[in-house]
Ligand binder design. Sequence first.
Ligand SMILES: [Zn+2]
Length: 378
Amino acid sequence: MPLPLPTSTSPNTQRTQRTHRQFSHAAAPTATEHLPHIVPDLLPYILAVVLGSVGGASGSSNDDDDSGSDSILNSDKSPLELYDTADAGVAVRARRDIRRGELLIAELPLLVWEEGMSAVELRRWTDALTDSARATLFSLSRRSDDTAIAAEMHDNTDESAPIRSANGFQLQLPDVALQVSSREGSGIVSDGDRNRNNKKNPNPTPTPPTHASFLFPHISRINHSCLPTCAQAMDWSTLRMEVYAMRDIPRGGEVTIEYLPGLVAMSSEPRKRKLKDTFGFECKCGLCSASLHTLHQSDSRRAELADASLSLADPHTQLDRQGMIGQLERIHSLLTLEGYTLVPEFTHNHVSRAYAVFRHLRSTHIADDSQSQSQSKV
Ligand SMILES: [Zn+2]
């Protein structure tokens, strides 16, 4: 998964990017979760992330939350189920009516690894999987396209590589991970300690990882769409990836997520090319397979979105307060027209954050307004 970096808004609400696979018809997921199989070098960092995030702002999933941690596709409790599509293998849909904002699944990773590990290291690591974890892993689909990335991967003797590539998420680790002192797992130090250490030590500790790859066996079955119905976010305090409905989904409606950040400001051709280059698949989502007329309208909106976000990001534009709000309003109406319900991720992190705050304030303001109007009517 040699993917570009995600532009997250915060560690606990970090959007993700992932690779795509065509779903193969696989056995239903098991009803128990595996303990994550983490490469030894990464373990201290991942533990630091979890410890550093406990008690943080998220807390959206907890052990009492039936809709979250216990959710396994096709179990009675899950709002999600697998189904056969006519042309794209198995996909995920709503078992019942789903309300916007619902947490649909919160899942521990099966695997956590680093890109760039050698084939020998990876083989040794995957050989240590338990039988049931291995069975789960090998029940997932594998990348089979013939792009350069895939060809490189197939030179590898590691049989799990095309599966990891097709089903993994590459995530940016929260800053807390950077406070771990060494890859030998000696513990966690403060930034100050680390700086002192670096000044005195002629052989400073290796640069801590900024990213790691995660494979979530159930979430990996959810298809990509350029107009997704759901969004994923990592809760680092529990090491679970959560998927939320971003709109009401009727029973039987497909559950989709967006695999890459930044697609919202790309028109169809570069967007499809990027998906193809990165994951080796041809996007045939509802938008990408819409009529030329619809695609053309969408492309114009997305080009305008790119323009608006760039004007906010460009320090030379020197927008005044009114100008900024104007651009944010413009983004908002373009997204509404497009039917894009996620909090978008633009190339510049701070634009994404500014829009997220703007949208929140805007919805609060509208709610306040309608409340005061209804009160004045009374
Ligand atoms: Zn698409």
